[in-house]
Write a protein of this length. Sequence first.
Length: 282
Amino acid sequence: MPKAGPEMNNTPAADSQAPWLRTDEVHVWMAAPHRCCQPELISQYVSWLDEQERSRYDRFHFPQHRHEYLVAHALLRSSLSRYSGCAPAAWRFTRNTYGRPEIAAECGQPPLRFNLSHTTGLVACAIARSADVGIDVELMTRAGDLAAIADLSCTPDELAALQPLSGTAWSQRFFSLWTLKEAYVKARGQGLSIPLLQIRFQFQPHLMNASGVIQFESLLDSASAPAWKFASLNPTPRHCMAVATHLETSLQIQFGWSIPGRGGQATHFSCISSQDVVQRQD
Protein backbone atom coordinates (compact mmCIF):
# COMPACT_ATOMS: atom_id res chain seq x y z
CA MET A 1 0.00 0.00 0.00
CA PRO A 2 1.09 3.59 -0.39
CA LYS A 3 2.86 4.68 2.78
CA ALA A 4 1.35 6.93 5.42
CA GLY A 5 1.67 10.66 5.15
CA PRO A 6 -0.15 13.73 3.85
CA GLU A 7 -2.59 12.65 1.15
CA MET A 8 -1.26 14.50 -1.86
CA ASN A 9 2.41 14.40 -0.81
CA ASN A 10 2.29 10.61 -1.15
CA THR A 11 0.34 10.66 -4.41
CA PRO A 12 2.40 9.72 -7.47
CA ALA A 13 2.26 11.65 -10.70
CA ALA A 14 -0.54 10.60 -13.03
CA ASP A 15 0.31 7.22 -14.51
CA SER A 16 -1.94 5.03 -16.63
CA GLN A 17 -0.50 1.96 -14.92
CA ALA A 18 -1.57 2.90 -11.35
CA PRO A 19 1.93 1.97 -10.05
CA TRP A 20 0.96 1.12 -6.48
CA LEU A 21 -1.85 -1.26 -7.37
CA ARG A 22 -1.16 -4.47 -9.24
CA THR A 23 -3.79 -6.33 -11.26
CA ASP A 24 -3.86 -9.13 -8.68
CA GLU A 25 -4.43 -6.81 -5.71
CA VAL A 26 -7.34 -5.24 -3.87
CA HIS A 27 -6.62 -2.46 -1.37
CA VAL A 28 -9.18 -1.75 1.35
CA TRP A 29 -9.08 1.61 3.12
CA MET A 30 -11.12 2.25 6.27
CA ALA A 31 -11.91 5.27 8.41
CA ALA A 32 -13.63 5.83 11.76
CA PRO A 33 -15.97 8.84 11.40
CA HIS A 34 -15.47 9.89 15.03
CA ARG A 35 -11.76 10.44 14.29
CA CYS A 36 -12.54 12.82 11.42
CA CYS A 37 -14.44 15.58 13.24
CA GLN A 38 -11.99 18.47 13.28
CA PRO A 39 -13.50 21.62 11.71
CA GLU A 40 -10.64 21.98 9.24
CA LEU A 41 -11.18 18.39 8.04
CA ILE A 42 -14.93 18.89 7.68
CA SER A 43 -14.34 22.01 5.60
CA GLN A 44 -11.84 20.18 3.42
CA TYR A 45 -14.13 17.20 2.89
CA VAL A 46 -17.07 19.38 1.90
CA SER A 47 -14.87 21.20 -0.62
CA TRP A 48 -14.08 17.87 -2.30
CA LEU A 49 -17.73 16.97 -3.00
CA ASP A 50 -19.22 17.44 -6.44
CA GLU A 51 -22.61 19.05 -6.95
CA GLN A 52 -24.61 15.82 -6.61
CA GLU A 53 -22.73 14.71 -3.52
CA ARG A 54 -23.13 18.11 -1.90
CA SER A 55 -26.86 18.11 -2.60
CA ARG A 56 -27.28 14.71 -0.99
CA TYR A 57 -25.06 15.71 1.94
CA ASP A 58 -27.25 18.74 2.60
CA ARG A 59 -30.43 16.63 2.57
CA PHE A 60 -29.49 14.36 5.49
CA HIS A 61 -31.70 15.10 8.47
CA PHE A 62 -29.54 13.55 11.20
CA PRO A 63 -26.04 14.95 11.80
CA GLN A 64 -24.57 11.47 12.38
CA HIS A 65 -25.75 10.20 9.00
CA ARG A 66 -24.59 13.39 7.30
CA HIS A 67 -21.13 13.04 8.82
CA GLU A 68 -20.81 9.35 7.93
CA TYR A 69 -21.73 10.13 4.33
CA LEU A 70 -19.18 12.95 4.20
CA VAL A 71 -16.34 10.86 5.63
CA ALA A 72 -17.20 7.95 3.31
CA HIS A 73 -16.94 10.11 0.20
CA ALA A 74 -13.84 11.88 1.47
CA LEU A 75 -12.27 8.46 2.07
CA LEU A 76 -13.16 7.33 -1.45
CA ARG A 77 -11.79 10.43 -3.13
CA SER A 78 -8.57 10.58 -1.10
CA SER A 79 -8.00 6.83 -1.51
CA LEU A 80 -8.40 6.98 -5.30
CA SER A 81 -5.90 9.84 -5.35
CA ARG A 82 -3.27 7.58 -3.79
CA TYR A 83 -3.07 5.79 -7.14
CA SER A 84 -3.21 8.80 -9.45
CA GLY A 85 -2.21 12.42 -9.83
CA CYS A 86 -5.87 13.40 -9.70
CA ALA A 87 -6.69 15.59 -6.68
CA PRO A 88 -9.52 14.37 -4.41
CA ALA A 89 -11.87 17.14 -5.57
CA ALA A 90 -11.22 16.41 -9.26
CA TRP A 91 -12.75 12.93 -9.43
CA ARG A 92 -15.98 12.66 -11.40
CA PHE A 93 -18.32 9.72 -11.24
CA THR A 94 -21.07 8.16 -13.31
CA ARG A 95 -23.42 5.22 -12.70
CA ASN A 96 -24.08 2.05 -14.64
CA THR A 97 -27.55 0.87 -15.65
CA TYR A 98 -28.16 -0.53 -12.16
CA GLY A 99 -26.84 2.49 -10.29
CA ARG A 100 -23.33 1.34 -9.38
CA PRO A 101 -20.93 4.33 -9.18
CA GLU A 102 -17.93 4.24 -11.51
CA ILE A 103 -15.16 6.66 -12.46
CA ALA A 104 -16.28 8.90 -15.33
CA ALA A 105 -14.28 8.48 -18.52
CA GLU A 106 -13.68 12.23 -18.62
CA CYS A 107 -11.27 11.91 -15.68
CA GLY A 108 -8.70 10.30 -17.97
CA GLN A 109 -7.39 8.31 -15.02
CA PRO A 110 -6.22 4.68 -14.68
CA PRO A 111 -9.05 2.13 -15.07
CA LEU A 112 -9.54 1.83 -11.33
CA ARG A 113 -12.57 0.00 -9.96
CA PHE A 114 -13.95 0.77 -6.53
CA ASN A 115 -16.77 0.11 -4.12
CA LEU A 116 -17.83 2.01 -1.01
CA SER A 117 -19.71 1.00 2.14
CA HIS A 118 -20.51 2.69 5.42
CA THR A 119 -22.37 1.93 8.61
CA THR A 120 -22.52 3.39 12.11
CA GLY A 121 -18.93 3.91 13.26
CA LEU A 122 -17.11 2.69 10.14
CA VAL A 123 -16.63 3.55 6.47
CA ALA A 124 -14.62 1.50 3.99
CA CYS A 125 -13.75 1.45 0.31
CA ALA A 126 -12.17 -1.27 -1.81
CA ILE A 127 -10.05 -0.39 -4.84
CA ALA A 128 -8.88 -2.69 -7.63
CA ARG A 129 -6.94 -2.05 -10.83
CA SER A 130 -9.61 -3.30 -13.24
CA ALA A 131 -11.43 -6.24 -11.63
CA ASP A 132 -15.01 -6.01 -10.40
CA VAL A 133 -14.92 -5.45 -6.63
CA GLY A 134 -17.49 -5.11 -3.87
CA ILE A 135 -17.35 -4.39 -0.15
CA ASP A 136 -19.90 -4.38 2.64
CA VAL A 137 -19.57 -3.35 6.30
CA GLU A 138 -22.23 -3.84 8.96
CA LEU A 139 -22.67 -2.94 12.62
CA MET A 140 -23.38 -6.26 14.34
CA THR A 141 -25.40 -4.65 17.15
CA ARG A 142 -27.85 -2.91 14.83
CA ALA A 143 -31.55 -3.13 15.59
CA GLY A 144 -33.98 -5.21 13.53
CA ASP A 145 -35.46 -8.67 13.15
CA LEU A 146 -32.31 -10.38 11.96
CA ALA A 147 -33.87 -13.85 12.09
CA ALA A 148 -36.54 -12.71 9.63
CA ILE A 149 -33.86 -11.25 7.35
CA ALA A 150 -31.96 -14.54 7.53
CA ASP A 151 -35.09 -16.47 6.50
CA LEU A 152 -35.43 -14.29 3.41
CA SER A 153 -31.77 -14.16 2.38
CA CYS A 154 -30.13 -17.43 3.46
CA THR A 155 -30.26 -20.77 1.69
CA PRO A 156 -31.43 -23.92 3.56
CA ASP A 157 -27.82 -24.97 4.11
CA GLU A 158 -26.93 -21.55 5.51
CA LEU A 159 -29.97 -21.56 7.80
CA ALA A 160 -29.02 -25.05 8.99
CA ALA A 161 -25.58 -23.72 9.96
CA LEU A 162 -27.20 -20.86 11.87
CA GLN A 163 -29.78 -23.01 13.67
CA PRO A 164 -27.58 -24.42 16.50
CA LEU A 165 -26.01 -21.03 17.25
CA SER A 166 -27.22 -18.33 19.61
CA GLY A 167 -26.18 -14.93 20.93
CA THR A 168 -22.96 -13.46 19.57
CA ALA A 169 -22.07 -16.66 17.71
CA TRP A 170 -25.34 -16.45 15.75
CA SER A 171 -24.79 -12.74 15.04
CA GLN A 172 -21.24 -13.36 13.86
CA ARG A 173 -22.30 -16.10 11.47
CA PHE A 174 -25.31 -14.16 10.17
CA PHE A 175 -23.38 -10.96 9.48
CA SER A 176 -20.53 -12.90 7.89
CA LEU A 177 -23.05 -14.45 5.48
CA TRP A 178 -24.91 -11.20 4.92
CA THR A 179 -21.81 -9.11 4.18
CA LEU A 180 -20.43 -11.76 1.82
CA LYS A 181 -23.68 -11.80 -0.14
CA GLU A 182 -23.88 -8.01 -0.22
CA ALA A 183 -20.24 -7.67 -1.31
CA TYR A 184 -20.82 -10.17 -4.13
CA VAL A 185 -23.99 -8.41 -5.30
CA LYS A 186 -22.23 -5.03 -5.24
CA ALA A 187 -19.24 -6.41 -7.15
CA ARG A 188 -21.57 -7.78 -9.84
CA GLY A 189 -23.05 -4.29 -10.18
CA GLN A 190 -26.57 -5.53 -10.98
CA GLY A 191 -28.33 -4.29 -7.88
CA LEU A 192 -31.42 -6.04 -6.55
CA SER A 193 -31.74 -8.12 -9.71
CA ILE A 194 -29.54 -10.78 -8.06
CA PRO A 195 -31.58 -12.98 -5.68
CA LEU A 196 -29.64 -13.71 -2.49
CA LEU A 197 -31.11 -17.21 -2.26
CA GLN A 198 -29.27 -18.12 -5.47
CA ILE A 199 -25.84 -17.70 -3.89
CA ARG A 200 -24.46 -19.83 -1.08
CA PHE A 201 -21.49 -19.57 1.26
CA GLN A 202 -19.98 -22.18 3.55
CA PHE A 203 -17.09 -21.91 5.98
CA GLN A 204 -14.60 -24.74 6.31
CA PRO A 205 -13.57 -25.96 8.79
CA HIS A 206 -15.55 -23.39 10.82
CA LEU A 207 -16.19 -19.65 10.98
CA MET A 208 -13.99 -18.64 13.88
CA ASN A 209 -10.89 -20.46 12.64
CA ALA A 210 -8.57 -17.82 11.17
CA SER A 211 -7.28 -20.41 8.70
CA GLY A 212 -10.80 -21.30 7.57
CA VAL A 213 -11.78 -21.27 3.92
CA ILE A 214 -14.82 -19.64 2.32
CA GLN A 215 -16.61 -21.87 -0.17
CA PHE A 216 -18.91 -20.21 -2.70
CA GLU A 217 -21.60 -21.53 -5.02
CA SER A 218 -23.81 -19.62 -7.44
CA LEU A 219 -26.90 -20.94 -9.17
CA LEU A 220 -26.90 -17.81 -11.30
CA ASP A 221 -23.51 -18.28 -12.95
CA SER A 222 -21.83 -21.50 -11.91
CA ALA A 223 -19.20 -21.21 -14.65
CA SER A 224 -17.67 -18.02 -13.21
CA ALA A 225 -18.02 -19.03 -9.53
CA PRO A 226 -14.44 -20.39 -9.19
CA ALA A 227 -13.01 -16.99 -10.20
CA TRP A 228 -14.74 -15.16 -7.35
CA LYS A 229 -12.48 -14.41 -4.38
CA PHE A 230 -13.73 -13.44 -0.91
CA ALA A 231 -12.44 -12.25 2.46
CA SER A 232 -14.45 -11.95 5.68
CA LEU A 233 -13.25 -10.24 8.86
CA ASN A 234 -14.05 -8.11 11.89
CA PRO A 235 -12.17 -4.79 11.52
CA THR A 236 -13.47 -3.81 14.97
CA PRO A 237 -15.20 -5.86 17.68
CA ARG A 238 -18.52 -4.30 16.63
CA HIS A 239 -18.24 -4.55 12.85
CA CYS A 240 -18.25 -7.24 10.20
CA MET A 241 -16.77 -6.72 6.72
CA ALA A 242 -16.60 -8.72 3.51
CA VAL A 243 -14.77 -8.10 0.24
CA ALA A 244 -15.54 -9.78 -3.09
CA THR A 245 -13.69 -9.59 -6.39
CA HIS A 246 -13.72 -11.44 -9.70
CA LEU A 247 -10.19 -12.46 -10.59
CA GLU A 248 -8.91 -15.41 -12.60
CA THR A 249 -5.60 -15.42 -10.70
CA SER A 250 -4.91 -15.60 -6.98
CA LEU A 251 -5.68 -12.43 -5.01
CA GLN A 252 -3.48 -10.38 -2.71
CA ILE A 253 -5.48 -8.14 -0.40
CA GLN A 254 -4.25 -5.34 1.84
CA PHE A 255 -6.03 -3.32 4.53
CA GLY A 256 -5.31 0.12 5.92
CA TRP A 257 -6.74 2.76 8.26
CA SER A 258 -6.97 6.32 7.01
CA ILE A 259 -7.88 9.81 8.14
CA PRO A 260 -8.71 11.46 4.80
CA GLY A 261 -6.63 14.56 4.34
CA ARG A 262 -4.09 13.43 6.94
CA GLY A 263 -2.73 10.05 5.84
CA GLY A 264 -3.05 6.33 6.42
CA GLN A 265 -1.33 3.23 7.65
CA ALA A 266 -1.44 -0.39 6.48
CA THR A 267 -2.70 -2.90 9.01
CA HIS A 268 -3.29 -6.64 9.37
CA PHE A 269 -6.41 -8.53 10.41
CA SER A 270 -7.27 -12.10 11.24
CA CYS A 271 -9.67 -13.12 8.50
CA ILE A 272 -11.06 -16.07 6.60
CA SER A 273 -10.96 -16.09 2.84
CA SER A 274 -11.19 -18.10 -0.35
CA GLN A 275 -8.50 -20.71 -0.89
CA ASP A 276 -6.30 -18.54 -3.14
CA VAL A 277 -6.41 -15.24 -1.24
CA VAL A 278 -3.32 -13.93 0.56
CA GLN A 279 -3.28 -10.95 2.91
CA ARG A 280 -0.21 -8.82 2.37
CA GLN A 281 1.33 -7.20 5.43
CA ASP A 282 3.82 -4.73 3.90
